[in-house]
Design a protein around this ligand. Structure first.
Ligand code: SAM
Length: 305
């Protein structure tokens, strides 16, 4: 976060672009073992979490990001019972998974204990007590190491890690080798969902490469996007599975599943939204088809800043 003057900070997306935010106060500012952490009260978006200077989520619109990361995958699965969440330190991804009464157990692996402490203290609206739900096993550790060593299998794996920054902790969670390890931990109908970075036309290579890398592991891969106002960018997500395809579910079927599973309180996701999410614009289809490469451990991908 770069302070521009005493009431404004800039979040830079690249060397050439950024978003100016008016702010009231800084609640947290410091370095952990893994990253720079800031929690700031802004005028437009309320409380915001920034990691390494990048907006992770805001009080005003985090529901858009977290609902659309979690529910398309869990609704596409016929009966998700065991779920793995990787990252997601704010606890909001966990909160959305726990909305599904059929989910019996959630393992959450977050690398940064300090982010969890800050979230417990300052981001109550995000986690809403999710960390203390008896269905949750919270592990502090590296998501990559966890999937490489754990014997467990899951119906859904939700990956909510930071963008692949040059020296960030998440870079090796975007590679072919990682997705193969995740695939080994999925039940036969298991599904993987992840945030895939900005889907802006000037940064298409990252989402397209994540999509391409998943395609090297999973027979069914679907990308989708939504605009997140506090990011000031259209944001990409990807789903992968051996057989389940979110695109075959129409709006009425999604609404039936939501009702049958007694999901309540959603503000962003329903049948109509689901159908719209998987009807991609021609421009995004073109980006996904032409701009990606397979990301490997020895040839990672990095966001511009
Ligand atoms: N909304 C986000 C975005 O736009 O990038 C992601 C949010 S979430 C706060 C990202 C979390 O991933 C952070 O809490 C970070 O500590 C965690 N993380 C990063 N690398 C990780 C790793 N290797 N294993 C587990 N968690 C990781």
């Amino acid at each position: 976060m770069e302070i521009y003057n005493k009431n404004l900070f800039v979040e830079m997306y690249s060397e050439h672009e950024g978003h100016l935010h008016g702010f009231k106060r800084v609640l947290v500012e410091g370095r952990t073992d893994f990253q720079q952490v800031e929690i700031v009260d802004t005028h437009a978006y309320g409380r915001c979490l920034l990691l390494d200077g990048k907006m992770q989520s805001s009080q005003m619109d985090e529901f858009l990001y977290h609902e659309l990361l979690v529910h398309p995958a869990l609704i596409t699965h016929p009966r998700p019972r065991r779920v793995l969440v990787i990252g997601g330190g704010e606890g909001a991804t966990l909160r959305e998974v726990l909305r599904h009464p059929g989910v019996e157990r959630v393992d959450m692996i977050e690398i940064d204990a300090k982010v969890l402490d800050f979230a417990r203290q300052h981001l109550r609206e995000w986690h809403q007590g999710a960390f203390d739900d008896p269905r949750v096993r919270l592990v502090v550790g590296d998501g990559r190491r966890f999937v490489e060593t754990s014997p467990d299998r899951y119906d859904a794996v939700i990956i909510d890690v930071s963008d692949p920054g040059f020296e960030g902790p998440a870079t090796l969670l975007y590679t072919l080798q990682f997705y193969r390890a995740v695939a080994d931990h999925l039940s036969p109908q298991g599904i993987i969902a992840m945030q895939a970075g900005s889907s802006s036309i000037v940064e298409g290579e990252i989402m397209a490469s994540i999509h391409e890398t998943l395609r090297a592991v999973f027979p069914v891969v679907r990308g989708y996007e939504t605009f997140i106002p506090s990011f000031d960018l259209p944001w990409g997500f990807c789903l992968g599975s051996r057989e389940l395809d979110p695109r075959v579910l129409n709006a009425a079927e999604v609404d039936q599943r939501l009702a049958a599973r007694k999901l309540s309180g959603l503000r962003a996701y329903d049948g109509e939204t689901h159908a719209g999410l998987f009807a991609l614009s021609k421009a995004l289809r073109n980006t996904l088809a032409t701009q990606g490469r397979v990301i490997e451990d020895h040839q990672p991908i990095y966001t511009p800043l």
